[in-house]
Design a protein around this ligand. Structure first.
Ligand SMILES: Nc1ncnc2c1ncn2[C@@H]1O[C@H](COP(=O)(O)OP(=O)(O)O)[C@@H](O)[C@H]1O
Ligand SMILES: [Mg+2]
Length: 688
């Protein structure tokens, strides 16, 4: 059992041989959200596709409308015969010259490689626009050399480019449409994904909460509560990114990368190779960075847990700290963890601060390479200007996923670690496991029996040793004995907060292990020394949601145990809402409230463990009557330090060092002049 709690303690490390079943189990929780996940994927594909289309729209706008550039080729060349496609797009520009769109040549490498290129590029307009100075006219067209284009009268250009402007406007509309589709797809992708993951987290949190509730008290004794809180809150958040990263983002990044790669290869494979030369640097730097950052993050988390620990202890122990003037010492302790957190945080910032710019630098270097090499290609007529523009954008689409994937791997690792912690916790066996088929007892008589019970919290440190006794239904017993004798432990076994190591604890002749816990505890009311008050109203604290406990019944119970006196003094009486842990009540008032709670629930078995220890003797005397009444017809087990309160019980057990050393009625034990007698005399003389 100690093994299992170590596992989910592991704060940041997941075992090298990671168990893939955790992912499967997580997906099991996500499965009911299938529809939303599929929708998210569809919208994602749509949004990625639109993102991939946009650079192509730039390209078309530039190449077709902004600068439709033509290359002169030899029209007597045999390539003209060989490629009939060529003849279709070629515009005659002289006896042995044809103008072919530069973009066409670029797309059809086989043609451009075999045809004889006549150098200079030209723009083509209608002959009517001819300004009589630049270029030449042939076959109804006006040919303007690339270099003279800038010299043409701007007013004339605007006029003659009218159709181009219409085309541009069309492209603009198309662009807007694609943008709108992209934005919508992106929105719905995020929305559906978020619905799926929020719902998955909801059900995981519920499952974890329910499981934790069912676990034995012993787990909560040895596990820091803060850690369990972290499981239900932070770890569930972390595991959630499994859905968004694994299922979706990684896919998106990979798709974007591959899509962009295919497109840039298609545009110009040589330029692609040149630009990809920077990628290995990106990859290496990303990997190195990730290793460093992981270490830093782990340290950050470790120190944060420490800070939380110091804080929790500080606030819950504030009274002791102030009364023993420990502030300065505690402050120094905090300063230490605070400083290490600061240092780790600083390291983190530096890492991030260095990594981002370095990667940017490399990427910009890649862009510069594209402009240099691509620019030369454009000048050579191997590449259109639009293609170059598109290429630069696609290059960004190529680099971003690489960086994102590195982040996603980090995130994936932390969610895998979280999933391991969560599922190990979910797998923690309940040490007081429920029987598969609980014995149905009906309304029990209330007979409690211990048969040769041995019990220990920690191995080899036996707390109860061979304890045997039987309490007839309706009888009352008291357990007395020195502090640490095992009185509370004995009671823990009756309520089955723990299980005996050996022997049996029976209720109505049925082993408590064969009862369903719920059924068992329904018949037991317990008032402890350290009581628990919920941050609800007084009435709700008494009734605890039991519909049979009406307000009248609750008030009656409070009156019986004299709790009404302090309750009526509260501004809102029974509707007064308690502070957390009932912090505004005195310890004695809290005990009285719990008495009322126990009484209102009308149990078969009543257990009081030093239940009046915080009540003044006068009040104790008052409620003694109530207790006496309460015990009638119920099996009662009372642990009391003040022996004056237990005269009326049927039998007294003296427990010492885990063994019952004496038992009998008050009179018998007094007559015996044994341990009880000594104890009694001691208290009696003190009282006087
Ligand atoms: N949760 C626990 N884990 C380990 N040891 C415990 C735990 N609770 C009590 N003990 C030990 O068991 C012994 C009996 O405790 P307990 O039954 O509470 O004594 P008491 O008779 O004062 O009620 C003590 O020595 C105590 O230190
Ligand atoms: Mg005790």
């Amino acid at each position: 059992m100690s093994h299992s709690h170590k596992d989910f303690d592991a704060e940041d490390q997941y075992k090298s041989g990671f168990d893939i079943s955790y992912i499967r189990r997580f997906l099991g929780y996500a499965a009911p959200q299938k529809l939303y996940i599929i929708l998210a994927l569809v919208f994602l594909a749509l949004s990625s596709a639109t993102q991939l289309i946009t650079p192509n729209i730039y390209r078309k706008s530039i190449d077709n409308y902004l600068v439709p550039l033509y290359t002169f080729v030899d029209s007597k060349d045999e390539a003209f015969v060989k490629f009939p496609k060529l003849a279709e797009v070629a515009i005659p520009a002289g006896d042995a010259t044809a103008a072919v769109p530069t973009s066409f040549l670029e797309k059809n490498k086989d043609i451009s490689d075999s045809i004889k290129n006549k150098g200079e590029n030209h723009y083509i307009f209608k002959q009517e626009s001819y300004d009589g100075t630049h270029g030449f006219v042939y076959g109804g067209n006006w040919f303007v050399p690339d270099k003279e284009f800038a010299d043409i009268d701007p007013a004339l250009l605007t006029k003659i480019r009218g159709t181009d402007i219409t085309g541009l406007k069309r492209m603009f509309c198309l662009f807007l449409l694609v943008l709108a589709v992209h934005a919508l797809a992106d929105y719905f992708h995020r929305l559906t994904l978020e619905i799926a993951s929020q719902r998955t987290m909801y059900s995981l949190r519920m499952a974890l909460f329910k499981h934790l509730q069912s676990l034995s008290v012993s787990l909560f004794n040895r596990t820091p509560i803060g850690k369990l809180v972290t499981r239900v809150t932070n770890d569930i958040e972390a595991i959630n990114s499994m859905l968004s990263t694994v299922a979706v983002q990684m896919l998106a990044s990979a798709g974007m990368f591959i899509g962009s790669l295919v497109i840039v290869l298609y545009i110009n494979w040589k330029l692609t190779l040149v630009s990809l030369a920077v990628l290995p640097f990106c990859v290496v730097i990303t990997i190195v960075f990730r290793l460093i950052v992981r270490k830093v993050h782990r340290e950050l988390r470790r120190i944060l847990a420490k800070i939380n620990g110091v804080l929790t202890e500080e606030f819950s122990g504030i009274k002791m700290i102030q009364s023993f003037n420990q502030q300065k010492r505690r402050r120094e302790e905090f300063a230490e963890v605070n400083a290490s957190y600061y240092k780790a945080g600083f390291k983190n910032v530096i890492c991030m601060g260095v990594f981002g710019p370095i990667l940017d630098l490399i990427r910009h270097f890649g862009t510069a390479l594209i402009i240099l090499y691509g620019g030369i290609c454009v000048l050579d007529g191997d590449l259109t200007l639009g293609s170059l523009m598109a290429f630069i954008t696609y290059f960004g689409h190529l680099c971003n996923p690489l960086m994102q994937i590195s982040n996603q791997i980090t995130q994936l690792q932390s969610s895998l670690a979280a999933s391991e912690r969560i599922f190990t916790l979910l797998d923690t066996k309940n040490e007081v496991a429920q029987p598969e088929l609980p014995v149905i007892v009906g309304k029990p008589q209330g007979e409690v029996e211990f048969r040769n019970v041995d019990f220990s919290y920690i191995e080899n440190e036996q707390v109860l040793k061979d304890v045997s006794f039987k309490i007839e239904p309706g009888k009352s017993i008291a357990i007395v004995g020195p502090t640490g004798a095992g009185k509370s432990s004995l009671i823990n076994l009756v309520c089955r907060f723990y299980d005996a190591n050996k022997g049996e604890v029976l209720l109505d002749g049925v082993n408590v292990k064969d009862w369903s816990n719920e059924e068992l505890r329904k018949h037991i009311s317990i008032v402890l020394q350290g009581t628990f008050v919920f941050s609800r109203s007084i009435y709700e604290n008494i009734a605890l949601g039991d519909p049979t406990i009406t307000r009248e019944k609750a008030i009656k119970a409070a009156e019986t145990v004299c709790a009404n006196q302090f309750i009526e003094k509260l501004p809102h009486g029974y509707d007064e809402v308690m502070a957390e842990r009932g912090a505004t009540l005195s310890a004695g008032e809290k005990q009285l409230l719990c008495f009322a709670r126990a009484l209102a629930h009308d149990p078969r078995i009543l257990i009081l463990d030093e239940a009046t220890s915080n009540v003044d003797p006068a009040t104790e005397h008052l409620i003694q009557d109530a207790i006496d009444k309460l015990m009638i017809g119920r099996t009662s087990m009372i642990v009391a330090h003040r022996l004056s309160t237990i005269h009326k019980v049927d039998e007294i057990f003296v427990l010492d060092d885990g063994k019952i050393i004496e038992r009998g009625s008050h009179a018998e034990l007094m007559a015996k002049k044994g341990a009880y007698y000594d104890l009694y005399l001691l208290q009696f003389s003190r009282r006087i």
